[in-house]
Design a binder for this molecule. Sequence first.
Ligand code: AR6
Length: 186
Amino acid sequence: MKAKISGKTLELILGDITEQATDAIANAANSRLAGGGGVDGAIHRAAGPTLANECARIGGCPTGSAVATGAGNLKARYVFHAVGPIWRGGGQDEAKLLAGAYRKCLELAEEKSCKSIAFPSISTGVYAYPLEQAASVALGEVAEQLARSAGKLHRAVFVLFDGATLAAYETALRELARKRKDLQLD
Ligand code: AR6
């Protein structure tokens, strides 16, 4: 599914983020940048050891933010290690922190003159953020930042790993298109 927002593209696809040729890919990391399972493990395996070395040099990242490294053997130029919140029931600023993680990735993309960026569904695996709510926060934030962007960034793609996640993001994107007059579904 694809949408346009102020001349830029917001796209949802089923796939493996490690295979994307966007300028940057976002990782769902932990605040120690220590590597782990899920998409983080897949990105580190595909990128090779330079990624862990760079992460170790940086040392950590607060929840709700992101840091940039190179991308080793990946096709992308940068990996933005974004730290989403662990779901603790919704009363611990989870939505704000999740939006912050996406926002920082988009700021890094602008800073590094990226034309395109790929995102996984941050926090909805091991961190147990409810999928429908996470999809709505993620798409709302990325759409808002794309609408505001005056830089080079013209495409953001969510690379979703299974059908249920893709379906939740599709529902959230349709809902967002009903709310935002500047967002048109293709
Ligand atoms: N491409 C795209 N999405 C993927 C891939 C892939 N190759 N592999 C998994 N996913 P998770 P979190 C999806 O658990 O909830 C790690 O150990 C997956 O199906 O990777 O933010 C970190 O080190 C799910 O939809 O991230 C942290 O400690 C989504 O990616 C912690 O997990 C996110 O699931 C972060 O947990």
